[in-house]
Design a protein. Sequence first.
Length: 140
Amino acid sequence: MPDHRFAARLAALAWAGLMCANGAAAPLPAPRVSTEQQFQLALEAQSAREYRAMLLWLRRAATAGDVQAQEMLGLALLVGPTLYGPAIKADRCEAGHWLARASAQGSEAARVSLDFLNRLRLAPSGQDVCQAWRGVPAPY
């Protein structure tokens, strides 16, 4: 069952962007949410079992360079439905992308996870199944 406090926070954040200054017709600029706040919103979404919202906030923070979000997003995509049910599909290629970015920033946890992932991908066929992610320099 979704946590309604989390939904209320998201609604309040959206409402703040729609509020008008001094009754004017022009909306206020949307509040700036830092990468740390985005990561915290992802953690709150995870606690509320709102896994799609968790992915949204993790992707935003990870794209902005937050190493913790990159680690968590990589691991969430690695385990997918095993831990999060049908809301998150496992995607080893995207997981590798985010783990590689976190590893490049010095994350030891991401490096170990990436080593594990690379063992999974070294199937007997030897084919590279993740060519779509080659656009980002990665240590794999």
